[in-house]
Design a protein around this ligand. Structure first.
Ligand SMILES: [Zn+2]
Length: 439
């Protein structure tokens, strides 16, 4: 085969997290998957892999590769009505597979940059714009829940029809919030594999390896998310996790708030199982966790989760995690940059151990009000804060005191001095307190 062709979905998150109600988001995610599957079935014998918004295929002739590119773009337009995919192909006769693969990725990148997305102006006097996205003209009526009918564009209406809840799936984010503790709180988890470019370069020398590695990564993500979902869901009840976007090299899932820690623990355990990797080293991943009220807009959830994930990625060569709690005052101010004292990012092992300590504290009946004092103490200067902390320790029962003093918990002093500067886990402990429970 002489030509390598790649199609890569554009602005996936923008498309999926468009209208923010769960039904639209779920529909968009399904449509996106359906589009990739359709490309795969149309070019079945030529496709090397197709998942996570990507399809790679090879052809004997240039015109065939060209047809793949055109068909991919066409399929995306028809299935999603608004999302696009960028495709390109290269002649690989002179190159090794890794070189050709790199060239075709570069070609797609160039195509994405060239693509001048003509944003449609929805505010034209001739038409009213879609009540959900506001981007395109409203063309059809959508019968939302509670007898509410809204005028939507074609794209939003397809998302809505596609997004109906299946068996054991919750209908909306409010319902998901009711399944957790504290009630009405959700946790969004953004799991992103680290340095995938390097990982793939290291592990892929030919087409077969490309297929194997890409499938192993995709299946490990899907399989681990599914196992973790079942792990935090009670038998026969509604699923406490919603897969928003899974595949390629990342996963976005949202869940009842108290499910986040056990989910993450189970996900990690599943993800690194050797049986999933056929002799490959599993890649490292970073987790961004955001806790907020179920009314907090999903696109904002995503923005903060990405920030957390970026923060977690600073820890290299290990699984890592960083979290954020959006309180109502923070959400109103829209001021996400101003963060309390925190020990984020954590190595994932350290984070999970820390959560175990919180469970220990609860089992020893540590008084909530005294624990909450830690939050204020962490805002003080180091010396007076430490003094207050030691004072607080004295006023707690010996078992509680000894847990707090452990290095895996807050430690003997309030602040720890690390090479990167001083950090404290005191405020983190208070923030996680409400979300960490015995299963
Ligand atoms: Zn719309």
């Amino acid at each position: 085969m002489s030509y390598l062709a790649l199609a890569d979905a554009d602005r996936v998150q923008e498309y999926v997290f468009g209208p923010s109600q769960l039904r639209y988001v779920r529909g968009a995610s399904r449509l996106q998957t359906q589009a990739i599957e359709r490309i795969e079935s149309q070019f079945h014998s030529e496709v090397i892999f197709a998942n996570g918004g990507l399809a790679l295929a090879e052809f004997d002739t240039g015109p065939e590769a060209q047809r793949f590119c055109q068909a991919s773009e066409e399929v995306f337009r028809t299935v999603t009505r608004s999302a696009t995919i960028s495709a390109a192909y290269v002649d690989q006769r002179e190159d090794s597979f890794p070189t050709a693969w790199k060239r075709v990725r570069d070609a797609v990148e160039r195509r994405k940059r060239q693509r001048n997305d003509l944003s449609v102006d929805g505010a034209h006097w001739l038409w009213s714009s879609c009540e959900r996205c506001g981007l395109r003209p409203a063309q059809t009526l959508v019968p939302e829940a509670g007898n509410q009918v809204v005028s939507c564009c074609d794209a939003c209406s397809s998302k809505w029809w596609k997004g109906e809840a299946g068996a054991h799936e919750v209908a909306d984010f409010e319902r998901l919030g009711q399944l957790g503790s504290p009630e009405n709180y959700l946790a969004l988890l953004y799991l992103d594999l680290d340095r995938m470019g390097e990982y793939l370069e290291r592990n892929i020398a030919n087409k077969e390896q490309c297929r194997t590695v890409s499938m192993a990564v995709d299946e490990a993500l899907h399989g681990s998310v599914d196992c973790a979902t079942m792990h935090v869901t009670r038998r026969g009840e509604e699923l406490r996790v919603v897969k928003l976007l899974v595949g390629g090299d990342d996963a976005v899932v949202i869940m009842a708030a108290d499910a986040a820690v056990p989910f993450l623990r189970e996900f990690r355990e599943e993800f690194v199982k050797p049986a999933r990797w056929e002799g490959l080293e599993p890649p490292w991943f970073s987790a961004g966790i955001v806790y907020a009220h179920s009314h907090f807009p999903i696109s904002e959830f995503m923005l903060v989760a990405k920030q957390c994930c970026r923060e977690a990625k600073k820890l290299r060569g290990q699984h890592s995690a960083s979290f954020r709690l959006i309180t109502s005052s923070l959400a109103e101010e829209g001021d996400q940059a101003d963060r309390h004292a925190t020990a984020c990012p954590y190595s994932l092992d350290v984070f999970l151990l820390f959560c175990d300590q919180i469970l220990e504290l609860k089992s020893k009946e540590a008084p909530r009000s005294k624990i909450h004092r830690l939050h204020e103490i962490c805002q003080e200067d180091e010396l007076p804060g430490t003094y207050e902390y030691l004072n607080l320790l004295l006023r707690l029962s010996p078992p509680v005191r000894s847990i707090l003093r452990k290095r895996e918990c807050v430690g003997p002093l309030l602040w720890q001095h690390l090479p990167g500067g001083r950090v404290t886990r005191g405020a983190d402990l208070v923030e996680l307190w409400e979300f960490v429970h015995d299963q």
